[in-house]
Unconditional design. Structure first.
Length: 94
């Protein structure tokens, strides 16, 4: 298992659509979660208020890369891919 570098990329790059403490409307992609402290640790970690989405993130070499910048780019790419997959189909105009 890849150890977490505690860079905070997984708490900044993805969007979170569920309400959470201090962010009742969730969080847009690229915005630092307000529940991430100055040491890049989640203040909701281990608490029932922590979103299920967040609990699903596990350190992974392919996602985290070798740096914060790589992790941000990789997670942003995943965000774009999943956003595209979940878009409503457009109807053809005649």
């Amino acid at each position: 298992m890849t150890p977490c570098r505690k860079c905070g990329a997984c708490c900044i790059a993805p969007s979170i659509t569920t309400p959470m403490p201090n962010m009742p409307n969730g969080k847009p992609a690229g915005v630092r979660c307000v529940n991430l402290n100055d040491e890049n640790l989640c203040t909701l970690y281990g608490r029932p208020e922590r979103p299920t989405f967040c609990s699903g993130w596990k350190p992974d070499r392919e996602v985290c890369g070798k740096s914060f910048v790589q992790a941000m780019k990789n997670i942003a790419a995943l965000e774009r891919q999943t956003a595209f997959e979940h878009q409503e189909p457009r109807s053809e105009q005649v």
